[in-house]
Design a protein around this ligand. Sequence first.
Ligand code: 13P
Length: 283
Amino acid sequence: MPVTSTKRLVTEATDGGYAVPAINVVNQLTLEAVLAAAQELRSPMIVQTSVKTVRSIGLEVLKAMWDTTAARVDVPVALHLDHCPDRQVISECLAAGWNSVLFDAHELSVEENERQCIEVVAEARAVGADVEGEIEGIQGVEDGIGSDEQGPVQTLEVAVGFIERTGVDIFAPAIGNAHGMYKAQPTLDHQRITDLVEATGVPMALHGGTGLSADQFSDLIARGCAKVNVSTALKIAYMEANRTYLTENPSAADPPKLFAHVREAVMDMTRGHIRMFGSEGRV
Ligand code: 13P
């Protein structure tokens, strides 16, 4: 069975000094293409679904897509619910068999976030699933969640206390990273990753993977970012490939030819990230 626990994937990545790509998919074509690239390059893979994608496709259909598509690969893969502030959606995805969830309650006080996160961890444990925690907003709006304003960053002490008391398996800190396209190369607080990992031993999730440099990735991965999230790069690859194909073939009338072109572009984007994160050939 190639579907495995998210915690196992990030633990193996930490031990091996690489990161597992965690790529947001938006439909069957992108789900299949991301998994096909992982299979081709013998890489583990975390497939992420935003709340918007869960709602737009429908939880049961999306889970059936995952089950049948993941069954075709023999590299270890996991299904993760990205930024979710909604406890109802968290519960539904855990009950349906998602391998992990990001309980994103950064808009609540840290105390209330912690209180609820302890409940989410207990709920996840009961079904063998894992939890990513977050106490600071990652700048940028992603599928309708988040803000363009940089919110407050908590002290190391507050973050470590949250991680220890909740028992989260992965933590997503704000280190100057942002969702969407960076307007300029960001200055990242890489020391915060080192400090958090040294204090807790818990692997970090690097959000805002689109547009960071290979050097930034390798530095942050060496410091303990064992899961790197990529969403915007997939959306761009998908839209650009559609646009290019239809511009170059204005009278195209055979959808499968368009799909094949788009699939290759999504696979190529995925291959590039697998290689940058050092996860190629790890399986
Ligand atoms: P990007 O959209 O910048 O790739 O970030 C993805 C992400 O962090 C999803 O949680």
